[in-house]
Every structure is written in C-alpha cells, then in structure tokens.
Ligand binder design. Structure first.
Ligand code: G
Ligand code: G
Ligand code: MN
Ligand code: NA
Length: 257
C-alpha cells in the first residue's frame, strides 16, 4: 500500500524519468530507433526497477496515467530529435496489459501523435508475447485499430510465451523482439542457437523484422549477423540513457544536418 502511494506521488514530484536505449541496424550499424524505458528514483527507496513497480501500477490502474505520460514524453522526444535534424528514429514504447486493453488506447495514441505532431509511423508500441496471446482475438482487434492509425507494433520478449503461429500470422505487428534469455548464451548453447535461428527464419517467412535484445558481445553480434537478424539492442551499443546522453550518442553517429 505504501509503495502505491509513493508511486502515486512520483509523477507530481518528478521522480519518474524516461531513458532511451538505441536500436541499431546490423547491416550498417546506424541507430534507427530507441526504446523508451521508465525509471523511478525515490529519495528513500532509491532506484526502483520497473519490473517491480509496473505490476503495482497495473493493479492500482495508476499505469494508465503513468503509461500515458511515458508515451507523451517519448513521442515529444522523438519529435524534438527530428526537429534538430537527426534522421527520423522509430520510438518504441512498452505497453502493459492494462494499457493495451483499455478502450481509449487507440484514440489516446492518435491524440498524442497529433498534439505532438509526430508521424504515426515513427511510433512503435511493444506488446509482450504473453499479453498478445492471452486473448489473441481481442489483441488482433486492438492491433488492427492501431495499425489503421499508422502506428507500428512489435512483439516483445518473443520466444518466452506460447505463440500460436496461426495467430502470429494475423497480428498486425512488423517486428519480433528476440528475448535476451536466448541471446545470452547464443555462442555456446546449441539449443539457444537453434531457437534464435528458428525465430529469424519464422519472421522472414512471415515478412516480419527481427531485433535481438540484450546483445553484449561481438561474438553474439557475429552469430546474429550470420543468421540474418535485422537489428540489435544491448550493452554492446549502449545501456539505456537519459535523453541528453542519448543525444550525445546520436551526435557521435552523425551530425544534425
Ligand atoms: O529497463 P529495465 O530492464 O529496468 O526494464 C525492466 C522491465 O520493465 C522490462 O520488462 C521493461 O519492458 C519494463 N518497462 C520499462 N519501462 C516500461 C514502461 O514504460 N511501461 C511498461 N509497461 N513496462 C516498462
Ligand atoms: O522486457 P523488455 O525487453 O522491454 O526490457 C528490456 C530490459 O533489458 C531493460 O530492463 C533493459 O535495461 C535491459 N537490457 C537492455 N540491454 C541489455 C543488455 O545488453 N544486457 C542485459 N543484461 N540487459 C539489458
Ligand atoms: Mn521492451
Ligand atoms: Na524484451
């Protein structure tokens, strides 16, 4: 109960911050996107992981206001970098189950994009495989709605849930995010190798892009490149960064025109 109250106040007290982790094209090494990741710094509790507080925010439905704030911050940031002359990035934002199923989500997303003047195709909403498959028919309807508004969808933590391939085909997603648990031992574990190459082949045959999460070493990257994975995200490039540090990183890749 105490943590719920602390979380309720966190927004007003400016204790929440959005960090950004670069997503890089494996073919040419360019930064083509960013994943927005929420951070909470509490004066007594210190840094609280979203893995801990998102479930609490979900139960209390605080996630609806916090989640809206994250989408707006991320969209505004993407627009700001675009205005500065950086090539357009695709900004990826995580959606929780409660947010995804809330009836107002598609309209809310459109409203934010209009108000912040960001092209919808610059926003990607990440849905975990578990949430998508929990009620696949419902998920298809929501994804169709978001897709019709021009927003991209990706399936997060792919491989950790149980996917029905017939549904995967019907999801209006354009990218599978290969969970970092499969990437970690990719150079030594024959099963992980097999799983990752199977996910990449599956994605290709369904016309979906792939991004590997949690890439930390050059050896992991070499294997992914060999298998034809499209993109990567992980400490090898950068950990999630506050916006000013992300911008500094963008500047080392290419200067604003
Ligand atoms: O960045 P980190 O490893 O601390 O994230 C831990 C977990 O919290 C991840 O599963 C990530 O998807 C989730 N997460 C981070 N930010 C958000 C957010 O804004 N919304 C939701 N729903 N989940 C988030
Ligand atoms: O569940 P989701 O994929 O949204 O969460 C991504 C989580 O993975 C974030 O908490 C992020 O901080 C973390 N992360 C990102 N890159 C790496 C990495 O290279 N190694 C590890 N161990 N974690 C990472
Ligand atoms: Mn994610
Ligand atoms: Na993930």
């Amino acid at each position: 109960l105490q943590i719920v109250n602390a979380l309720r106040q966190a927004q007003q007290l400016n204790q929440l911050q959005v960090y950004y982790q670069p997503q890089v094209s494996i073919a040419d090494g360019q930064i083509i996107g960013a994943e927005a990741l929420l951070r909470w710094w509490h004066p007594e509790l210190g840094s609280v992981s979203p893995a801990e507080f998102i479930p609490i925010a979900e139960d209390s439905r605080l996630i609806l206001s916090i989640g809206e704030w994250v989408i707006r911050q991320a969209v505004r940031q993407a627009k700001d970098w675009m205005k500065q002359g950086f090539a357009p990035l695709i900004m990826a934002v995580n959606l929780s189950a409660v947010q995804f199923r809330h009836h107002d989500l598609p309209a809310l997303v459109s409203r934010i994009l209009t108000e912040e003047n960001l092209p919808p195709e610059c926003l990607e909403l990440e849905l975990t495989e578990g949430v998508a498959m929990h009620n696949p028919q419902g998920a298809i309807a929501i994804m169709n709605n978001l897709h019709a508004r021009g927003v991209r969808m990706s399936i997060d933590d792919f491989g950790t849930g149980y996917s029905s391939l017939s549904y995967l085909k019907k999801f209006k997603s354009y990218k599978l995010k290969i969970d970092q648990s499969f990437v970690r031992d990719i150079n030594t574990d024959v099963e992980d190798k097999a799983i990752v190459s199977a996910i990449i082949s599956l994605a290709k045959s369904l016309g979906l892009k792939t991004i590997a999460e949690g890439v930390e070493t050059h050896d992991q990257l070499s294997f992914l490149k060999e298998q034809g994975c499209d993109e990567m995200q992980g400490y090898l490039i950068s950990k999630p960064l506050p916006s000013d540090q992300f911008e500094a990183l963008l500047n080392t890749y290419r200067s604003p025109s």
